[in-house]
Design a binder for this molecule. Structure first.
Ligand code: AMP
Length: 221
């Protein structure tokens, strides 16, 4: 968990690679629907472009369907961007109970709001492979293009919802609906907060790795 721009996507991807578990990002699944212009995508777009949350029923369904989709989630998974509201956190517990599982750890990436605004307006994404860059902190090689081998798409894009006014609205919404979830997991002894400003993504990941590693050695590859 963490505010928009805290580095959830970047760190979730690393966690998925390190522990060989699928990375389930509700934002990415929704953007996939939007790109395909599906009915769900058209509905979700109206909320996302305004910086608002997509209704709980939609995201809860997306997550449950993804977890059931194939058995790649049998040995674990990392959720990125979900839950984002208290009702979603409760539904996640119910969902996991139906699967005979429970949450191991709720990781919170803490970053201050002004730093988040600066990061988000400078964020760019490859429209083809989804790789994330940042004009300030992780610039793409010149001319600006995706550097992943086999991709090399030239026109990186700014997400509609990364424009400054929308970013500020997303942060307002994040604090309103996200802060109570932190208390929810704190009360259940699941919350681990990591300083998302402690250094470059590699350093932040090392801290995360030490937290997860010491939590469950069975996950070591
Ligand atoms: P993200 O890529 O995680 O920043 O998500 C982009 C946008 O998708 C968010 O600003 C929300 O509008 C929507 N979204 C993603 N995950 C959720 C969620 N769990 N609940 C509601 N809306 C979500």
């Amino acid at each position: 968990m963490g505010a928009p721009g805290a580095g959830k996507g970047t760190q979730a991807k690393r966690i998925a690679e390190r522990y060989r578990v699928p990375h389930v990002s509700t934002g990415e699944i929704l953007r996939h629907h939007i790109r395909n212009d599906s009915p769900l995508g058209r509905e979700a777009k109206t909320y996302i472009d305004e910086g608002h949350l997509v209704p709980d029923e939609i995201v809860n369904r997306i997550v449950e369907e993804r977890l059931a989709y194939c058995d790649d989630t049998a040995t674990g998974f990392i959720l990125d961007g979900f839950p984002r509201a208290l009702a979603q956190a409760r539904e996640l517990d119910a969902m996991l109970a139906r699967r005979g599982e429970s949450l191991d750890i709720a990781l919170n990436l803490a970053v201050q709001d002004e730093e988040l605004v600066e990061r988000l307006v400078a964020r760019r994404q490859c429209p083809k492979c989804g790789e994330i860059y940042n004009l300030k902190f992780n610039p793409p090689p010149p001319p600006p293009r995706c550097s992943l081998p086999g991709c090399r798409t030239v026109a990186l894009i700014q997400r509609e919802d990364d424009r400054e006014a929308t970013v500020r609205e997303r942060l307002r919404v994040y604090h309103e609906t996200g802060d109570p979830i932190l208390n929810y997991y704190e009360e259940r002894g699941k919350l681990r907060t990591v300083d998302g400003e402690a250094g470059p993504p590699d350093d932040v990941f090392k801290t995360i790795e030490s937290l997860i590693g010491s939590r469950n050695e069975a996950w070591s590859p």
